[in-house]
Design a protein around this ligand. Structure first.
Ligand SMILES: NC(=O)c1ccc[n+]([C@@H]2O[C@H](COP(=O)([O-])OP(=O)(O)OC[C@H]3O[C@@H](n4cnc5c(N)ncnc54)[C@H](O)[C@@H]3O)[C@@H](O)[C@H]2O)c1
Ligand SMILES: [Zn+2]
Length: 409
C-alpha cells in the first residue's frame, strides 16, 4: 500500500486525538445535537485552577460537561485577581475550599445551547462573541439589567465564588473554559479589548460608588474631591471622576509609586500621609493641595479603620463622603460624632459591590476613559499564565504591583 507522508501525519493526529478524547469520562458535547459550536470544536477536558488548600491551587483537568439548552461554553481569555481571591487564598473566610476561583473573567463563546439568543441587555449572542458574567439569580433567572436598578450583588451568587459542583467544576474564571449556566447574567462585550474586559468587574464597583455619591447631591463638576487609598479601587475611582468631568482631585496614600500612578489616572495633586505627623497636619496637607480649601467630597478607598476616621477631617462643613473601603469587616473605627458628623453636617453614603445596571455603565466608561487618553490598561501590572496561578496570588499579596491578571495563551 502506497501511503503518502501527508496521510501518515493525518493518521497520527487522528490516533493521538482519539487517545486524548478516550480519557474523558463525561458526556461529550458531540452527543448534544441541538448545540451550536465553533468550527474548531470543543475539547473534551479543560483545566481548572482549584484552590484545594490554603495558599495552594492545583491545576486539575475535568471533563467539559454537556451543555443544557440555555447554557454557554466560554473559552477563558483572562481574569483579574481580586482582593477577595487573595482573602480566600490566605484564609478561606467563606469556607469554600475546594473552590474554582476567579470572578473578574472574560472569554469567547465557543458553544451554546439552542435557546441562547441574547445577553442580559438584549444584545444578540453568537459563537465568537466576547463575554463577561455578572450575578446569578437562582430564584429569578429571567432578570435583565432593566429590571434591576436597585438590588446589588449582595443578594446573588457570582461565578468564581461558588461551592464546587461535582457534576460541573467549570464554575470559576481561573480556568481554560467556563460554563455559563442558563439563568446567569451575561454581557456581550465584543467591542472592548481584553485588558478593558478584565477591568470591568472592579470598575463596576466604582461606578456604583459614584452613583451612590451622586445621591447626596454634593458631587458636582467643579467639586474638590479627595480620594483616600490608591490601590486599584482608589485609582479606578480617580479615573471615573476624571472621565465624568471632575478635575479637582487630590489623592492620598502612603506609597509614592501609587501616588504617581494616581496622577496618570487623573488626580491633580497627591499627598503622602507618611510625610505628615498626625491627622491635623495631614488635613492641612490636603487643604494645601486644594489651594487652601477642604474637600467638598471624599471617597474612602482603604480597608483601614484609621483612614476612615481621618477622612472626615479632610472634608468641609456640609460636604459628603462615600465609604467603600470595607468589602469585608476590617474592624471598628473611632470617630468623634460631634466634630466629625453633627457639627460638620457631613452626608455619608456607603457603597457595596454593584447592580447589573452599573455593569452597562461600566462598558461605556471604559470606552470614554480610553478615548480621553486615561491609560487604564496600565493598571494591570502583572500577567501570568494559568500554570502560574500560585505565583500570581503571591504577587498580589506582596502588594508590589497593582492589578494582577491571569491571561491564557
Ligand atoms: N465596596 C466594595 O464593594 C468593595 C469592592 C472591592 C474592594 N473593596 C475594598 O476597597 C479597599 C481597597 O481595595 P484595593 O484593591 O485598592 O486595596 P489595596 O490594599 O491595593 O489598596 C489600599 C491602599 O490604601 C492605602 N492606605 C492604607 N492605609 C492608608 C491610610 N491610613 N491613609 C491613606 N492610604 C492608606 C495603601 O497604601 C494602599 O495603596 C479594600 O479594603 C477592599 O476591601 C470594596
Ligand atoms: Zn473582585
Amino acid at each position: 500500500m502506497d501511503v503518502k507522508a501527508n496521510d501518515i501525519e493525518a493518521i497520527v493526529r487522528q490516533v493521538l486525538s482519539s487517545l486524548k478524547e478516550g480519557n474523558a469520562s463525561a458526556p461529550s458535547l458531540e452527543a448534544v445535537p441541538s448545540q451550536k459550536k465553533t468550527a474548531g470544536g470543543v475539547p473534551k477536558t479543560a483545566r481548572v485552577a482549584m484552590l484545594t488548600k490554603l495558599e495552594h491551587f492545583d491545576l486539575n483537568e475535568y471533563p467539559v460537561p454537556a451543555l443544557g439548552d440555555d447554557d454557554i461554553l466560554v473559552k477563558v481569555e483572562g481574569c483579574g485577581v481580586c482582593g477577595t481571591d487573595a482573602h480566600e487564598f490566605k484564609r478561606d473566610p467563606f469556607g469554600l475550599i475546594p473552590v474554582a476561583l476567579g470572578h473578574e473573567g472574560t472569554g469567547e463563546i465557543v458553544a451554546m445551547g439552542k435557546n441562547v439568543k441574547k445577553d442580559s441587555a438584549g444584545k444578540p449572542l453568537n459563537i465568537g462573541d466576547k463575554v463577561v458574567t455578572c450575578m446569578i439569580f437562582k430564584d429569578n433567572p429571567d432578570i435583565t439589567m432593566f429590571d434591576l436598578n436597585k438590588q446589588n450583588v449582595g443578594g446573588a451568587d457570582v461565578y468564581g465564588l461558588l461551592p464546587d459542583d461535582d457534576k460541573n467544576h467549570l464554575q470559576g474564571w481561573f480556568a481554560d473554559y467556563m460554563v455559563v449556566k442558563g439563568g446567569s447574567t451575561v454581557f456581550n462585550v465584543s467591542d472592548l479589548d481584553l485588558d478593558s474586559r478584565i477591568l470591568i468587574e472592579p470598575c463596576a464597583v466604582l461606578i456604583h460608588a459614584v452613583e451612590r455619591a451622586k445621591t447626596t447631591g454634593i458631587l458636582r463638576f467643579n467639586s474638590r474631591v479627595v480620594v483616600q487609598g490608591c490601590g486599584p479601587i482608589g485609582l479606578i475611582c480617580i479615573a471615573i471622576l476624571r472621565t465624568m468631568g471632575i478635575e479637582n482631585i487630590v489623592a492620598v496614600d502612603g506609597n509614592d509609586m501609587r501616588l504617581e500612578f494616581a496622577k496618570k489616572m487623573g488626580a491633580d495633586k497627591s499627598v503622602n500621609f507618611k510625610n505628615h505627623n498626625g491627622v491635623e497636619a495631614l488635613a492641612e496637607g490636603v487643604k494645601e493641595a486644594f489651594g487652601g480649601y477642604f474637600a467638598d467630597f471624599g471617597f474612602q478607598c482603604t480597608g483601614s479603620p484609621v483612614a476612615h476616621a481621618n477622612i472626615y477631617k479632610f472634608i468641609r462643613n456640609g460636604g459628603g463622603l462615600c465609604e467603600l473601603g470595607f468589602f469585608i469587616n476590617g474592624g471598628d473605627a473611632q470617630i468623634n460624632p460631634h466634630f466629625d458628623i453633627c457639627a460638620k453636617e457631613i452626608t455619608t453614603v456607603g457603597s457595596w459591590v454593584y447592580t447589573l445596571r452599573d455593569y452597562a455603565t461600566t462598558f461605556d466608561f471604559l470606552k470614554r476613559a480610553k478615548a480621553i487618553g486615561i491609560p487604564l490598561a496600565e493598571l494591570i501590572t502583572h500577567k501570568y499564565p494559568l500554570e502560574k496561578i500560585n505565583e500570581a496570588l503571591e504577587m498580589n499579596l506582596s502588594m508590589q504591583g497593582l492589578k494582577i491578571a491571569i491571561v491564557n495563551q
